[in-house]
Design a protein around this ligand. Sequence first.
Ligand code: RP5
Length: 163
Amino acid sequence: MQAQVGLIMGSKSDWPTMEHAADMLDKLGVPYETRVVSAHRTPDLLFDYAKSASERGLKVIIAGAGGAAHLPGMVASQTSLPVLGVPVQSKALNGLDSLLSIVQMPGGIAVGTLAIGKAGATNAGLLAAQIIGTSDDNVRQAVDEFRAQQTQTVLDQPDPKVP
Ligand code: RP5
């Protein structure tokens, strides 16, 4: 099936974080592709990927990176598709470096920045599905069902002491 979301990351080492975005896209039935694209190690690939993304049928790009995390911003500079940035939790600075690198974009080039780590990757998948869902009823319904089920799970067992 034609990928609608490009799920890219700066390194293979980002996958344990970024797989949570993939899990959410799987859950919500959104087709995606996964690639390692590094702003620093493969800059030409970054440009090619971002410039061709729209014509290849992608609708949203999720970009995760850690440390000097230039990937989301540089991708956003080369495509007008929505780019969602996930700060990967770095070892040295716990992801604060990643967060600040991604979130502090200059006005005029937008990156939607999510939380550091697993929650950010999960929500990047969810937000990508919500964007796709504005023009795809099946995906919008899957998002609505996911949210309703999440709510019901809390209501069904509100006692935190019960496992
Ligand atoms: C960034 O550098 C990557 O996104 C990764 O989070 C970090 C470390 O990469 P590796 O040295 O583990 O490949 O570009």
